[in-house]
Design a binder for this molecule. Structure first.
Ligand code: DHE
Length: 517
């Protein structure tokens, strides 16, 4: 601790250097040091938005460290020699305080953010590398905000590139796998050309985004936002905005979007809402076909359930909110859960109403659910974010037939139709370095792997034919570990910077059983 007089001199000198006394109000400190990158409004610029919702993944202690020491492999400099500890603390409080009024991010702001980096017509139509374009993986590396394109046959990296800050959710491929679309928590949507290895277009569709979906015909991208309360429809060609849906119920109560997915056999996007008890279905077919999809019934027009016109909106009214959900393989049912509820709900998308409740306790992570055939019926398996168990649900009568005890709550679950095993991580708690292997025929854990003691092991994705399973060691000095999916022996380790999700082109574009859609 410095003696009082020295502290006075130190602080005064610091004030002279920075042009601010340490007693300067925090918003002045922010405007002087942070605004040029993060915007005077805190909505983000070259750097990410500094709002509580966007910073959810960063603990306040870590935020102070980033301000003090900077962030490696990014433009964020260290301010430790310019700001006092008190000023840093003040800044942390400041950026974790919500804005006095909700920020605007409408048509004009979205359009102004649009960037075309490469004219598609000027780029070639063949891969610039020698590998099976259908067996590539994208690996998202959260540590320094990069992504790697990985050859799924040789497991050699082909290309590594910078992404927007804090990607979240699965990147989504175009139907051919030629393009991949990423969403960042800050609302940036990036379109990447897998053949030319270039980011071709970007747009900021929201301030705090949940995820995106690509229509099964490849023509549209739909983005679901927490802030503002909107769904934003983009033209998949170059990300030009087509339409903004204000998400609100008939009484004008607005809602955050929990997530949006594409439902290929229905030709629609389906969105779960967090603050309104409705599921939204928006058709992207040129002429929505009532009979084939069961999507429309005339009486719905009359009762005002559904709009007419391009991208008609159908509201399915529920008796609870939905935070997380899963579809069966033919997209007839949506299985959803609210984070505060003690059950799941099954919604039949054809008749447009809830048809069953499921006994699901804790915090089931249905977004990571998978299904397979077990004793002549289809079962759904879901990890739980709060309880050390995997629930197995019979998808015919919606009964929970087994609760498999695990060594702690898990985040992600995966399998492949050619594999006898389902993999589930133990993401939380002292056993976060473990991954359980479940035999799909017996519903028993048959092996528990612990590849790097002390480091989180999480998120598995299989290669195209299910012969290998890739697992992330979720650490800045981490790896993607390639396993032989049959023998469960390690085949290869690829050093990566906090690798999170991995996404195989074939499995994703075919919506295969066992992976996320
Ligand atoms: Fe995720 C997918 C919601 C926290 C990593 N996560 C998803 C999806 C949803 C979701 C709705 C599906 C979107 C899609 O793929 O299109 N996630 C949530 C939450 O509500 C939660 C619990 C709190 C939050 O802060 O949003 C949450 N998620 C996290 C994390 O803390 C993780 C581990 C690290 C991170 O990136 O922030 C994380 N979420 C992921 C990943 C996927 C994902 C890697 C894609 C999984 C896949 O294989 O498809």
């Amino acid at each position: 601790m410095l003696p009082a007089v020295c502290r006075f001199l130190f602080v005064t000198t610091l004030g002279l250097i920075t042009g601010l006394s340490s007693a300067a109000p925090v918003d002045k400190v922010y405007q002087q040091h942070c605004a040029s990158c993060h915007a005077p409004t805190r909505l983000g610029g070259m750097g990410p938005a500094l709002l509580p919702g966007n910073l959810k993944r960063l603990k306040t202690g870590e935020a102070a460290e980033v301000i003090r020491d900077g962030r490696a492999a990014s433009q964020m400099p260290a301010f430790g020699d310019q700001l006092s500890e008190k000023q840093i603390e003040g800044l942390v409080d400041y950026i974790y305080t919500p804005l006095p009024s909700p920020p605007q991010w409408g048509q004009e702001e979205i359009e102004q953010s649009h960037q075309i980096h490469h004219q598609q017509a000027k780029l070639g139509n063949k891969p610039v590398f020698d590998a099976d374009p259908l067996n590539l993986f994208i690996v998202v590396e959260l540590g320094d905000h990069h992504a790697t394109v990985l050859n799924g046959d040789t497991f050699e990296p082909i290309h590594r590139f910078e992404t927007r800050f804090a990607l979240h959710g699965g990147p989504k491929y175009s139907p051919s796998g030629r393009f991949v679309y990423f969403a960042s928590r800050d609302g940036w949507i990036s379109k990447f050309d897998m053949y030319n290895l270039k980011t071709v277009a970007e747009i900021r569709a929201g301030i705090n985004t949940r995820n995106l979906a690509v229509s099964a015909d490849g023509r549209y991208v739909m983005v679901g936002n927490y802030l503002p309360h909107t769904l934003v429809l983009l033209d998949a060609k170059d990300l030009t905005p087509i339409r903004i849906f204000d998400v609100e119920d008939k009484q004008g109560r607005s809602s955050r979007v929990s997530a949006v997915y594409t439902a290929p056999p229905r030709g629609s996007f389906i969105a779960a809402l967090k603050d309104v008890k409705e599921v939204w279905e928006i058709s992207y077919l040129d002429e929505p076909e009532p009979v084939a999809t069961g999507y429309m019934h005339d009486y719905r027009y009359e009762e005002g359930y559904m709009d007419r016109g391009p991208f008609p909106l159908r509201r399915i009214v529920l008796d609870d909110y939905l935070d997380d959900f899963f579809f069966d393989q033919d997209y007839k049912h949506l299985i959803g859960a609210a984070r505060n509820a003690n059950n799941g709900q099954v919604v039949n998308l054809i008749v447009g109403r809830k048809i069953a409740d499921i006994d699901l306790q804790g915090l089931p992570h249905l977004g990571s659910g998978i299904s397979w055939e077990y004793e002549g019926r289809t079962v759904l398996a879901t990890p739980n974010l709060k309880k050390g168990e995997v629930s197995i649900i019979d998808m015919q009568n919606w009964e929970t037939i087994k609760r498999i005890k695990t060594h702690g709550p898990g985040f992600f679950m995966r399998s492949h139709k050619n594999s006898p095993y389902a993999w589930v991580d133990v993401f939380f708690g002292p056993n976060k370095d473990e991954v359980h292997i479940i035999d799909k025929a017996t519903l028993e854990i048959v092996r528990t792997l612990k590849p790097e003691p002390g480091k989180t092991a999480a998120h598995v994705e299989f290669d195209r034919d299910g012969r290998h399973a890739l697992l992330s060691i979720w650490d800045e000095e981490g790896y993607v570990i390639v396993y032989d999916a049959k023998t469960l022996e390690e085949v290869k380790r690829l050093p990566m910077n906090k690798p999170s999700g991995k996404y195989n082109v074939y499995n994703k574009t075919r919506y295969t059983e066992g992976t996320s859609h």
